[in-house]
Write a protein that binds this ligand. Structure first.
Ligand SMILES: O=C(O)CCC(=O)C(=O)O
Length: 258
């Protein structure tokens, strides 16, 4: 993998990462999850949602479907990349499913993931601290993501900050001169840093599975829900279970300190 390119730009697209049959299998499980999730969250879906999360829990999927997701997350091919980018004890954090808003006029929004729980000063500090990385697997062709290369390591320009935080009469859906659109086809893999400035590009009825991995930091790992982790029995079927093992270990250590 071109690790230098990720380190410089904060993202990496790998074309045709999954085979057609892997895409088809994943698509089926994600569609089943999405149908059930929409049934349980009708208002949120109708009004504003663009993503759901916790796909690996037992709430909507049976054990065979969950196993397929765990096998995908812990595949040797994916984990090899994860370990390149997070060499020390990479941990499984969560999964998300991205789809289009019901309202076709709903605008997307530039953001850095941590801005919803960190102050501006903490967001700055996070650029040199914690790594959370999205591994996005679209199962249908989509317009992809627009991102600002390099912003996983650098702070916003004045223009970027005004738009992202809606300051000085700017809106967070305005075009940024530094934005770069990364189009994705079904089966591609997009790796990108959660810290970087980005926004989803809606349209084409997208359906994309995001797997989040992070460094072994107890302050993040404590949010991992136990019901989203595989049972010991399920782990036996996973090629490289290390990210799940690391999460379980960090969680247990932090609980024993409390
Ligand atoms: O695809 C989207 O709608 C936004 C993606 C995003 O914000 C994220 O994955 O953190």
């Amino acid at each position: 993998m071109n690790i230098e390119s990720y380190q410089e730009n904060g993202y990496l697209r790998i074309k045709n990462f999954l085979t057609d049959s892997q895409v088809a299998e994943l698509h089926k499980v994600l569609s089943d999850f999405h149908q059930l999730w929409k049934g349980k969250n009708p208002e949120f879906y109708q009004q504003q949602a663009v993503n759901s999360a916790y796909l690996t829990s037992e709430e909507f999927l049976n054990s065979q479907q969950r196993q397929l997701l765990f096998n995908c997350i812990g595949s040797a091919k994916l984990m090899r990349l994860v370990k390149h980018l997070i060499p020390e004890q990479a941990c499984f954090l969560n999964t998300q499913l991205f789809f289009d808003p019901v309202n076709k006029q709903q605008a997307n929004y530039w953001h850095r993931d941590p801005q919803y729980h960190l102050s501006v000063e903490q967001q700055k500090a996070a650029l040199s601290a914690l790594e959370v990385i999205h591994f996005r697997l679209p199962v249908v062709d989509e317009r992809g993501i627009e991102l600002v290369p390099g912003t996983h390591k650098r702070w916003d320009s004045d223009e970027e900050l005004d738009v992202r935080l809606e300051q000085n009469n700017r809106k967070n859906n305005e075009a940024l001169s530094t934005g770069e659109a990364i189009e994705l086809s079904a089966g591609d893999l997009l790796i990108f840093s959660a810290n970087m400035i980005h926004r989803g590009l809606y349209g084409m009825d997208r359906l994309a599975f995001d797997i989040l991995f992070c460094q072994p930091d107890a302050s993040i790992i404590e949010f991992v829900r136990d019901d989203c982790l595989p049972s010991p029995q399920m782990l036996l079927g996973v090629e490289d279970a290390s990210a799940f093992d690391n999460t379980v270990k960090i969680k247990a250590e932090s609980q024993s300190r409390q």
